[in-house]
Design a protein around this ligand. Structure first.
Ligand code: NAD
Ligand code: MG
Length: 390
């Protein structure tokens, strides 16, 4: 029996994780659930999974949750705030941590799980994009395990040699082929993109996800962040990570070997597959996802991405080439710009412009420790705010 802490349990990934957990009560129990503000949903999850601890964002939300749980006769301990997230991520009572908080808000708890030597199921790609080598080193130093939940990286993980040790050359690997759906605006006339609404941008053709990652998919910054994520997870240089548009999202990514073989992982687009894969690794468990019907799919389509249509993808490659804190700056600027777009403060085409301006303005330096990183993130956010109105 393994105990799991689900950080961000009310989000899209959190809900899918609990669906898989609920299918295997003999294997998994829940140690902690966390949510930022959705107290009602969190209370309902507590009622179903009876965790030891539940964490919310504020004292006020904690008081409301506490009242709801006690009214139901639950004894779940209620805590709040960023330190409580780190506490449940590193607690002795849990074996694995689903890192599914969105954005930089998930960095500290992901690092806490690494320092405590946990099995980390990493959905929160922004944490790795920001911290890069720092998180990889922390994982190694404390004998933690980092398993990718992002469907592409989980696919790559499944296509790699069993004894893969973060070296493409040792594994006989020529390159990694990261597939991308292209999002909702793959075929839309570029000159009309400025008038798209947040609701149009989050209407992803293949995946149902949180609002931030959905906008990232529309700009293809999501794929840019995933290129950086793949770099750190698999020790792959930028020029050996190729993005391939595959609008059907049937192949979730591929690994191309020097002997000419290309291994792919296929499946219906449902995050419960990579979640179940990482939770049970190296075993396999049922996830609730239907088997793929290849005859019904018939054909698979691919095309190369157009960087003029998707400037965010180029910005992410630029950040990866520049190294140091560039990726953290890119991520912070993107989070600010996406939120401003979702709040209808800026147009869709402004997102990449804001990020480009912040990257131009801010010198990047080495990422030495978490405090320096958080400081860089803060500065980049404030510069991004000032760029919104230009
Ligand atoms: P979501 O918006 O649906 O959920 C986010 C969760 O984080 C919620 O539970 C929310 O309460 C919590 N949260 C938000 N802000 C917080 C804060 N400041 N402090 C503490 N908790 C906070 O997002 P999602 O789609 O589930 O994505 C979560 C992460 O997984 C993201 O990093 C995303 O890039 C990654 N991811 C998601 C998918 C997907 O299919 N949804 C696929 C791959 C990767
Ligand atoms: Mg992905």
């Amino acid at each position: 029996m393994q105990a799991i802490s689900v950080l961000g349990s009310t989000g899209s990934i959190g809900v899918s994780t609990l669906d898989v957990v609920g299918r295997h009560p003999e294997r998994y129990r829940v140690y902690a659930l966390t949510a930022h503000s959705r107290v009602d949903e969190l209370a309902a999850q507590c009622l179903r999974f009876d965790p030891q601890v539940a964490v919310v964002g504020t004292a006020e939300a904690a008081a409301r949750l506490q009242q709801k749980l006690r009214a139901q006769g639950l004894r779940t301990e209620v805590a709040y705030g960023p330190q409580a997230l780190c506490d449940v991520a590193g607690a002795a009572g849990c074996d694995m941590v689903m890192a599914a908080i969105v954005g930089a808000a998930g960095l500290a708890s992901t690092l806490a799980a690494a320092r405590a030597g946990k099995k980390i199921l990493l959905a929160n790609k922004e944490a790795l994009v920001m911290s890069g080598q720092l998180l990889i080193d922390t994982v190694a130093e404390h004998k933690a395990t980092l398993l990718p939940i992002d469907s592409e990286h989980n696919a790559i993980f499944q296509c790699l040699p069993h004894d893969f040790r973060r070296s493409l050359d040792d594994g006989g690997i020529a390159k990694i082929l990261l597939t991308a759906s292209g999002g909702p605006f793959l075929k839309r006339a570029v000159e009309t993109l400025d008038s798209v609404t947040p609701d149009e941008a989050v209407a992803h053709p293949k995946w149902v996800m949180g609002r931030k990652i959905s906008v990232d998919s529309a700009t293809m910054m999501n794929k840019g962040l995933e290129v950086i994520e793949a770099h750190w997870l698999f020790g792959a240089p930028a020029d050996r990570i190729e993005v391939m548009i595959h609008p059907q999202s049937v192949i979730h990514s591929m690994v191309s070997y020097i002997d000419g073989s290309v291994l792919a992982q296929l499946g219906n687009p449902d995050m419960r597959t990579p979640i179940a894969n990482a939770m049970a690794y190296p075993e396999r468990i049922a996830s609730g996802v239907a088997q793929l019907d290849l005859a019904q799919i018939g054909q698979l389509f691919f095309e190369r991405p157009d960087l003029a249509r998707f400037p965010c993808l180029k910005l992410a490659y630029d950040a990866l080439h520049a190294g140091g804190s560039s990726a953290a700056i890119l991520n912070a600027a993107n989070e600010v710009a996406v939120e401003a777009f979702l709040n209808q403060e800026i147009g869709f085409r402004m997102i990449d412009q804001v990020i480009a301006r912040v990257m131009d303005k801010l010198p990047h330096g080495p990422v030495t420790d978490i405090d320096a990183l958080i400081e860089q993130d803060k500065i980049a956010r404030s510069v991004a705010q000032s760029c919104l109105t230009l």
